[in-house]
Ligand binder design. Structure first.
Ligand SMILES: *Cc1c(COP(=O)(O)O)cnc(C)c1O
Length: 354
C-alpha cells in the first residue's frame, strides 16, 4: 500500500448489470422498459434550444417539480427531483440516516442500499426474508436509525400490502421510513396515500422503469415539506445543478402523456402474466411478481448454467452469485416477441438437456 493510500476512502462499489450492445440481442437483465418513451419526449429533445444548453439549468428544476406535483396531487414543496432515484436515494440516506443506531432493510433487496450505507458510514442491519421471500413486518418493530423498504421488493418482485407498510411507518414515528417504489406502477399500490398521515414517510419513484427513461436519469421523492426542505439543503451543499436541461424537458413531457404511459404499462403487465404461465409450464417457480421482472428458479436446471446458455444465445438476464438467491434468474419483461423468443430458447434447451 502506498503511504497516501491510507487516507483514501475505500468503498465496495455497486455492480450494475451488464450493458452489452450486440445486434439482435435480447436484453432482459436491467429491468429497462422495452418500449420507447412517449413520442413527445423525442419531439422536445429535437426541439431543444441550444441556447438553453449554454446556460446553467434551473437549480430548482421548477418545470419538472411543478409537473410532478400536479400529476400526483401534492404541493410543489413536497417534491424533490434528482438524477435517477439512485441519486435521490443516496441523498436521502445522507440526509436522514444520521443516527448511531443501525438502519434496517431486508437482507435480500436492492444491492445499492448497503453500498450507500458503507459510503456514508451508516450502521445497518438486514432482517432476513422468510422462506417465501416475504418481508416480515415484525422485524421492523424495533429501535433503529431509519428504514428502507422497496415495494415491490427487488429482486423478488413481491409486493407488501399497504396495511403492513403502514404499521411499520406508524410504529417508527421517530425515524424516517423510505419506501422505494421503483416498480410500483406495474400493478402495485403506492404509499403516497399515506403521506398526509405520516410525516416520517418518504416515497421515492423513478422514470427509469415505468416511464422508459433509464437513459435520461430522472427520479424523485415525495414527502412532507420539511423533509423535502432538508433534502434540498443537502443537495445545495453538494451539487445545485443536478438535472440537465434535456432531462427537465423530457421528464415534463413524459408526465404529460398519461395515455401513452398507461398503455405501455398495461402491455408489460399483460406480457408478464402470460410469461408467468409459460415459465410455470417449463418447470419454473417464482414469487408472484408485481414488477416488470420475474425472479425464477427451475426444478432441474441450475440458474447459473441457464444464465450462461442464454448469454451464448445473446439473451441477457440477471444472475446474482449470492447465498440464498444463487439458483434464481431475474428476467425483465420485454416485448411479447422477446418473451416468445426467450421461452422458445428455454423450451428447446431444457428439452435437449433431459
Ligand atoms: C432501478 C432501481 C432504482 C434506481 O433506478 P434509477 O434508474 O436510479 O432511478 C432504485 N431502486 C430500485 C429497487 C431499483 O430497482
Amino acid at each position: 500500500m502506498k503511504p497516501w493510500e491510507k487516507n483514501v476512502r475505500k468503498v465496495v462499489p455497486y455492480t450494475p448489470g451488464e450493458q452489452p450492445d450486440r445486434p439482435n440481442m435480447i436484453k432482459l437483465n436491467t429491468n429497462e422498459n422495452p418500449y420507447p418513451p412517449s413520442p413527445g419526449v423525442a419531439r422536445v429533445l429535437k426541439e431543444l434550444d441550444p441556447d438553453s444548453l449554454r446556460r446553467y439549468p434551473d437549480p430548482g428544476a421548477e418545470v419538472l417539480v411543478h409537473a410532478l406535483a400536479e400529476y400526483l396531487g401534492v404541493s410543489k414543496q413536497q417534491v424533490f427531483v434528482g438524477v435517477g432515484s439512485d441519486d435521490v436515494l443516496a441523498m436521502s440516506f445522507l440526509t436522514f440516516f444520521n443516527s448511531e443506531k443501525p438502519i434496517l432493510f431486508p437482507n435480500i433487496t436492492y444491492s445499492f442500499y448497503d453500498v450507500w450505507a458503507g459510503l456514508f458510514q451508516i450502521p445497518f442491519e438486514c432482517p432476513a426474508l422468510d422462506k417465501e421471500f416475504r418481508i416480515c413486518t415484525e422485524d421492523y418493530f424495533r429501535d433503529c436509525g431509519g428504514i428502507v423498504i422497496p415495494n415491490p421488493n427487488a429482486p423478488t418482485g413481491l409486493e407488501k400490502s399497504l396495511e403492513e407498510l403502514e404499521e411499520i411507518i406508524r410504529k417508527n414515528s421517530e425515524v424516517i421510513v423510505i419506501i422505494d417504489e421503483a416498480y410500483i406502477d406495474f400493478g402495485g399500490t403506492s404509499a403516497l396515500s399515506l403521506l398526509p398521515k405520516y410525516e416520517n414517510l418518504l416515497v421515492v419513484q423513478t422514470f427509469s422503469k415505468s416511464r422508459s427513461l433509464a437513459g435520461m436519469r430522472i427520479g424523485y421523492a415525495i414527502g412532507n415539506e420539511k423533509l423535502i426542505q432538508y433534502l434540498n439543503d443537502v443537495k445545495y451543499s453538494f451539487n445545485s445543478y443536478t438535472m440537465s436541461a434535456a432531462a427537465l424537458a423530457a421528464g415534463v413531457e413524459a408526465v404529460r402523456d398519461d395515455t401513452y404511459f398507461r398503455e405501455t404499462l398495461q402491455k408489460i403487465i399483460n406480457t408478464r402474466e402470460r410469461t408467468k404461465k409459460e415459465l410455470h409450464r417449463l418447470g419454473f417457480s417464482f414469487p408472484d411478481s408485481r414488477s416488470n421482472f420475474i425472479f425464477a428458479t427451475h426444478r432441474d436446471c441450475p440458474a447459473e448454467e441457464l444464465y450462461e446458455a442464454l448469454k451464448q444465445a445473446d439473451i441477457y438476464v440477471r444472475y446474482f452469485r449470492k447465498p440464498g438467491i444463487d439458483n434464481y434468474l431475474r428476467i425483465s419483461i420485454g416485448t411479447e416477441e422477446q418473451m416468445d423468443e426467450l421461452i422458445r430458447f428455454m423450451e428447446h434447451y431444457l428439452g435437449e438437456r433431459l
